[in-house]
Design a protein around this ligand. Structure first.
Ligand code: AHR
Length: 649
């Protein structure tokens, strides 16, 4: 806002509130800037079993037997007193060069009534739903004296109920792929179930990969869990930042997100150790990330590996870095190239001939951790190569305005800088009123690529976080909301922002970080109060910023207007333990409809949602009457209110 106009505006606001209730003033006489159309988006990486055991709908854990070198993790013998089997990892007998391990199942004693074999416990259970088809893909071979059948079933943990079953026959001594569909009947949903493969006679079978998918979002093969996708779509995201976060960096150069190893049929993906302490199948690979964007009608914000890994390894700029720069250029070609290009053709071969729209490429992640201070030169090398081949692409530096000026990139001017804000609620309450006010409007643009408020006295990376619930409470949502309001007020400069982390598997051992936005187990999912706060903000936003002033009150907020309809979206956050009666002054708006709608998220600050109580804190929509340019709004204690004011037609 022009300084003179600002002075006059704030002076007017001050006069208005003299002798009355605290006032929240909106200057609707003119637009104070454009709201970035890509302001609200999502950030994702493999953390907290976000993909494996989460959004990626695969139900078999350790499907390629590569989790652990000594024993087949998550697989166990099925036998009884009259049946016997032995299972073992067999590296000498593998399906191909990517799937380097197989599971050998040797049944020494079995009959129809007493079968023996192997079971998989899934990601904290196999979710069983009524009337549902599950698609299994099994890579297998057998010794010459055995050709089947193998009985494939989904069975209750205690073995008493068979929810769905099929037989598989025709096994030969050469590896082959078998597709099996399992259909459940009437059943009460449960995750207390296992996937079981048994023989009813002695024999030896090797399995190279065993995969099982429930119905997926849009019935996409190798696709996504439906309930989680619906929750993500409901956030109305305009972009998806992927694949990290730390996940793009890996602990070492070797274990970075090596995109070429994540494409093609799933039996050609070896997977790799993810930096969050478990192995990724890479089933959700580069193409799946892009299809995920497509499914949400969001644009990809692609992070490329830039030569720094978490254990402190870095690749020296210059010739050593060249292969990684080329790897990034090829990755961009895979995303955007037409089918005449090498990597565009490969994308078509992988099933997606149409190129994806890409505007932003992020070079690395959190490179201020690189003690060698090589980022400026590494960034420059990537920047020059990317701009030479893709001049319209915008480059994002990972060292943002949350880091000292001296640490940032100076040899080139990044188009965008990415700052990360994990802050306590109190810090957000303190910093938000002035956030970004003083920033230079000539750029670079700002991407707040990771942020979250925490309500604990310790930060998310503290071990103490493990003792807390995985998702945050309403108090944290208040901190999130004041920061979102600040970013929206400044969205002429803050072009994109996204909360992190997005997803958490709430089972014991499922998570590495809190707070997280959406919690889930094998069967169901819920949104935290922060999830609903983001939904309220992202679904109610105009394209013009309106200047606001918050006077004699702790309430913070922002306002935008839809330039086509004239509708005004007012967002207010009351962090206090008491209700707040606010005078809302809307100056220069023309006439407003008398009826407006109001969405309220309120409760006790300690209130939170969980699997057991998924809807304890959810927004409530109601109609407000008698709206005029000056009206009173009483905000409940600890509340977030979105007012949708309609222009009078
Ligand atoms: O969001 C969790 C982690 O926080 C991200 O992987 C990393 O970028 C940041 O330090």
């Amino acid at each position: 806002m022009n300084k003179l106009i600002a002075l006059v505006f704030y002076a007017t606001a001050a006069l208005t509130c003299l002798g009355s209730d605290p006032t929240f003033t909106v200057d609707a006489s003119h637009s104070a800037g454009q709201v970035s159309p890509t302001l609200y988006g999502l950030m994702t990486e493999e953390i907290n079993h976000s993909y494996d055991g989460g959004l990626y709908a695969e139900l078999i854990r350790n499907r390629a037997f590569l989790d652990g070198a000594n024993a087949p993790a998550c697989w166990s013998v099925v036998n009884d007193d009259d049946a016997a089997a032995d299972i073992a990892l067999d590296p000498t007998n593998s399906f191909n060069e990517e799937l380097t391990m197989s599971l050998r199942v040797t049944v020494t004693k079995a009959t129809k009534d007493h079968p023996a074999g192997v079971a998989n416990s899934g990601y904290w259970g196999i979710p069983v739903q009524p009337g549902t088809s599950y698609h299994a893909l099994i890579l297998a071979r057998a010794e010459s004296s055995f050709s089947g059948p193998v009985t494939i079933s989904i069975v209750s943990d205690d073995g008493k109920k068979v929810y769905a079953t099929q037989t598989l026959s025709g096994l030969g001594t050469a590896w082959d792929k078998f597709a099996v569909t399992l259909k459940t009947g009437e059943v009460t949903p449960t995750a207390k179930a296992r996937f079981v493969m048994t023989l009813d006679q002695p024999g030896t079978v090797w399995f190279g990969m065993v995969s099982l998918f429930p119905p997926t979002w849009n019935d996409q093969p190798n696709g996504f869990r439906k309930d989680l996708m619906q929750m993500l779509v409901d956030l109305n995201p305009k972009f998806l930042r992927f694949p990290g976060g730390n996940y793009v960096e890996g602990e070492t150069v070797e274990t970075r997100f090596d995109w070429k190893k994540t494409i093609g049929p799933i039996w050609e993906r070896h997977g790799h150790p993810c930096p969050w302490g478990y192995r990724s199948t890479d089933g959700l690979g580069l193409l799946e990330f892009l299809e995920w964007c497509e499914d949400m009608k969001a644009e990809p914000v692609l992070a490329v590996y830039a030569g720094y890994s978490l254990k402190g390894q870095h690749v020296n700029p210059g010739p050593n870095l060249e292969p990684f720069v080329n790897e990034a250029l090829e990755e961009i070609e895979y995303v955007t190239g037409d089918t005449n290009s090498v990597w565009g053709a490969r994308r078509a071969q992988d099933g997606h001939p149409a190129p994806f729209n890409l505007h932003y490429v992020e070079i690395g992640n959190e490179d201020w951790f690189d003690k060698s201070k090589s980022y400026d030169a590494r960034f420059a090398q990537f920047y020059d190569a990317i701009k030479a081949k893709y001049p319209l692409l915008k480059t994002i530096s990972t060292i943002g305005d949350d880091q000292p000026e001296t640490a940032r990139v100076h040899s080139r001017k990044p188009d965008v800088i990415d700052g990360h804000y994990y802050r306590s609620v109190d810090t957000f309450l303190r910093m938000s009123p002035d956030y970004a006010k003083a920033y230079d409007r000539i750029g670079p643009d700002i991407f707040v690529g990771e942020w979250a408020a925490y309500e604990t006295s310790f930060p998310p990376w503290s071990r103490l976080s493990q003792k807390e619930p995985p998702t945050p409470n309403l108090k944290a949502a208040i901190g999130d909301a004041v920061f979102m309001a600040a970013m929206e007020r400044n969205s002429d400069l803050i072009k994109m922002q996204c909360y992190a982390p997005l997803l958490v598997n709430v089972n014991p051992g499922g998570r590495q970080w809190r707070p997280d936005l959406i919690g889930f187990d094998a069967l169901s999912a819920y949104g935290s109060p922060s999830y609903y706060a983001i939904q309220m903000f992202s679904r109610n936003v105009g394209d013009e910023i309106l200047a606001t002033a918050s006077l004699e009150t702790a309430v913070q907020g922002c306002a935008t207007r839809d330039s086509l309809t004239g509708d005004i979206f007012l967002k207010l956050v009351n962090p206090q333990a008491t209700a707040e009666k606010l005078e809302i002054e809307i100056n220069g708006a023309g006439s407003l409809a008398r009826k407006a709608s109001e969405i309220v998220l309120a409760g006790d600050p300690g209130d939170s949602n969980s699997l057991a109580q998924p809807k304890k804190v959810v927004p409530v929509t109601q109609t407000v009457r008698h709206v005029k340019p000056g009206f009173t709004c009483t905000m409940p204690p600890c509340s977030i209110v979105v007012l949708k004011l309609k222009a009078r037609s």
